[in-house]
Design a protein around this ligand. Structure first.
Ligand code: SAM
Ligand code: SF4
Length: 332
């Protein structure tokens, strides 16, 4: 990966530096996590409307010229997009892109870990809400614990670092399993990130979120954790570390303590919609521009203007009914 000679900086209208793009390469998924997508949902984007690899590369290259440095491949389930490692290699080789990561449910990670690593993906986040097969089946629609564990083994064998486990904590569903998950992560050397459910789509609203502030305080005492200033991916998570440095806990708390003042990201969905905030409807439709023949200077100008109007903050608490699209469509 090559660094440009001078470092451009992309600022939004609130003075925040935008250097991170989350790229949803598909809105499809082989699971139906209850807080993300409704059971039996079939309203997916038509393939004709998916950005092609060439179109994605053009948008990412333009963002990189403007100052975006970090790129995360997500979805839906990104490993459902055919030839994802080829796309990863193309994006990772773009001048200015110096951090390429992946979010996955890991059901297919076993098969793709080596190719992804060879393509330049370094960091990986895996969703895992429980270590109990029946619970996973209840949350995600089917029992995939074996596949996920095999995917994690493959990721370890390939040397991905760090490997973070994302656990969406739901009241009465898996909140009794947090300590077991901590023990698992200590044993395997994974970072555990606890997430409050966001009211995104009907599925997100149907889930009862747990206020993580008290949970973190109790875990900090139980496992002797201290707040950490470590930069671990430039995202919204706050981190705590054990005194011996062997275990790191993260928390993403959009409801109990939002982090909009330091937001550094925008999201591109598979149909070419640039979402400026996870919790607002502000967007830029890029597909018509790309297919209408816009040149690179025009594309950069359109991206700059969109970033300029990035909303100041989400309103998950004040207007929980606002966002009707699912997390899988936006690229969580
Ligand atoms: N399929 C991949 C996965 O599950 O990691 C990537 C896409 S998924 C939408 C990305 C992340 O969003 C996952 O960690 C998932 O748990 C989280 N997520 C989905 N719906 C959510 C919601 N309503 N609130 C909070 N997190 C959510
Ligand atoms: Fe699929 Fe990820 Fe959404 Fe679960 S959270 S349904 S794995 S996109």
């Amino acid at each position: 990966m090559n660094a440009p000679t001078s470092t451009p900086v992309l600022l939004d209208g609130h003075g925040r530096r935008i250097d991170y793009l989350r790229l949803s390469v598909t809105d499809r998924c082989d699971l139906r996590c209850s807080y993300c997508m409704p059971k039996g949902f079939k309203g997916f984007e038509e393939p004709a409307n998916w950005l092609t690899f060439d179109e994605i590369e053009r948008v990412v290259a333009a963002f990189a010229r403007l100052g975006v440095r970090r790129l995360r491949l997500t979805g839906g389930e990104p490993l459902l997009r055919r030839d994802l490692p080829l796309l990863a290699a193309r994006l990772g080789a773009l001048p200015g892109v110096d951090d390429l990561s992946l979010s996955t449910n890991a059901t297919r990670l076993d098969r793709h870990a080596a190719a992804l690593r060879a393509a330049g993906v370094r960091r990986i986040n895996v969703s895992l809400d429980s270590l109990q097969a029946e619970r996973i089946a209840a949350i995600a629609g089917r029992d995939v614990l074996g596949e996920v564990l095999a995917g994690l083994d493959a990721a370890c064998a390939q040397g991905f670092a760090p490997i973070k486990l994302n656990m969406v904590v739901q009241a009465g569903v898996n909140d009794d399993e947090i300590e077991a998950m901590v023990a698992f992560c200590i044993e395997r050397g994974f970072i555990l990130r606890l997430i409050e459910t966001m009211p995104v789509g009907d599925s997100g609203r149907a889930s009862r979120h747990v206020d993580l502030q008290q949970v973190i305080a109790a875990l900090a005492q139980r496992f002797d954790l201290a707040p950490s200033a470590r930069e671990l991916g430039g995202g919204p998570a706050r981190y705590w570390q054990s005194r011996d440095g062997g275990f790191t806990l993260g928390a993403i708390t959009p409801i109990s303590q939002h982090f909009c003042a330091t937001c550094n990201r925008v999201r591109l969905s598979v149909d070419g919609t640039l979402y400026l905030c996870l919790g607002q409807d502000d967007k830029l439709e890029l597909r018509p521009l790309l297919r209408g023949g816009i040149d690179d200077a025009g594309l950069e100008a359109a991206l700059r203007q969109a970033i300029e109007r990035k909303p100041e903050r989400h309103e998950f608490r004040e207007k929980p009914g606002k966002i009707v699209r699912f997390m899988s469509a936006t690229g969580g």
